[in-house]
Write a protein that binds this ligand. Sequence first.
Ligand code: F6R
Length: 609
Amino acid sequence: MCGIVGYVGPQQCTDILVDGLRRLEYRGYDSAGLAIYDGKKVGVVRAVGKLQNLVKALREHPLEGSLGIGHTRWATHGRPTEGNAHPHVAGDVALVHNGIIENHLELKRQLVEQGVKFSSDTDTEIVAHLVHRERQAGHDLATSLRRALALVHGAYAVAVIDAKQPDRIVVAKNASPLVIGFGDGEMFCASDIPAILPYTKRMLPLEEGEFGVLTRDGLELTTLDGKPIDRAPRTITWNASQAEKSGYKHFMLKEIHEQPRAIEDTLRGRVDLHAADVVESEIGIDANTARSIQRVYFLACGTSHHAALYGRFLVESIAKIPATTELASEFIGRDPVVGPNDLVVCVSQSGETLDTLAALRVAKEQGAKLLAIANVIDSAIPRAAGSSFYTHAGPEIGVASTKCFTTQLAAMVLLAVFIARRRDVLDKDRAQSILQALVEIPHQMRSVLSLDDNIRDLARSLAGARSALFLGRGVSYPAAVEGALKLKEISYIHAEGYAAGEMKHGPIALIDADMPVIAIMPDDKSYEKIASNVQEAKAREGRVIAVANRGNADIGAIAQSVIYTPKVDPLLSPLITTLPLQLLSYFVADFKGTDVDQPRNLAKTVTVE
Ligand code: F6R
């Protein structure tokens, strides 16, 4: 997730902007840059890597002035290079952006036809050129940005300055955060409150579709099409560390609540509802590959392995191709047989996990077709695969994965539908209903996240457990194993995720009144069977907590406690049932007082075998 900072006022702003970017470091980034108006022109300095590289570059090429914008970039379109770092410049205009421009290919083609030369691979540079084009046509900066944004589909928070109108920063927001800070004779903008908290406590977070002109005298706030808005700033009472977490107690809880947005970002520009299809240029494999492969082989570790289990389920049930999911470390530990007819999909949030990278290399040596699903652009696994499909969860700070996992699930749906449509095994109506249900998932997620308080109460009663069993069948099996992993990772309670049908083959011996059994049982074709398994647990005095659909009138008779979730397309239920399990683990851990964001012995990126 990129970070934006802007300043207009009487002070030299280089240090203010760098300091603001430093306070946004927690958002994750791979390059950074500043644009400052020096009285004559806008100077730009950018650097790849950590902020200290930008500071070094600024020592070599100092920027001075009291109007400026700064940016930390988390790469989504184009590699993390200096040329792709923001601010992007076109003529006298310099612009920073956080978000994803959906129609970037089409807009870029039009601009290239008009003779525009691009110096980066980013979607952002397009917006800078669009603004510049409007400036050349004689519009002022605010009108130029308005006219440019009218052509743009997607998510953005933008801040733009112009050497020819150097008394202002013009900003706009749609689906990416931006907050305005009110100083005394000076104004600030930033992606998040902590960036500017040392300078002012009077803040106004922009709402969707809002547009602002910041000058030393204050903010002129309007809608995107120019209607005035009258809203007063509020005073922030958080301290800096609370503000980084947007008021949440832990990053993990914040990231759990960010999931609707993360899914929207991952789907953005990739779903063509009208054609009932997935946009080919976004998915990392082409139509020929989708048609010719005879097997899909998913390789991954940990939570990503659980997403891969869901991928296997979908590829078989939607795309009708045999699919296998294997732990990367086991794949390299034997003599696997894959070949040119196999698509090997390596799934990794970080893109750096050594086991998964080693497995990919083995598959590559054997001539398999390769695809990486990763959250970090240009990381080792996508680079080694040569073909990549990126999730857009943004950086995840909590070590226990939440939003990266659910965005991987969404990616699996897109992959399976894409392959199925190429092979003519999924009719248009069914494809449309799956994709429609998928784009509605963020909305359903929000309704589950509002159950926060009920789940907290339930968690209190679990905090004393020594062990717990998570049961799921069919499409809910990956959610069960992921639920168990989350609980053990952050609360240190032993937990097993089990295929419910396997319970009678062993784990049933463990069940007694002290054993919570968490059963994931949405209404689908496995419901009757898992209900019988749960009855078996209940008959042995197991304490059953069910995750079931709203409207299920029978579940109360089987389970001691029920977490009700909205009913979605049965194929997509893990995108919903996962959320209460994450919250349950989170609250159990919080009651126990463990280090939720950095559980003992765990690392976010595992680069040892
Ligand atoms: C658990 C978790 C880990 C990772 C695993 C693989 O919450 O995040 O199990 O999934 O270490 O990492 P990636 O996905 O980066 O390959």
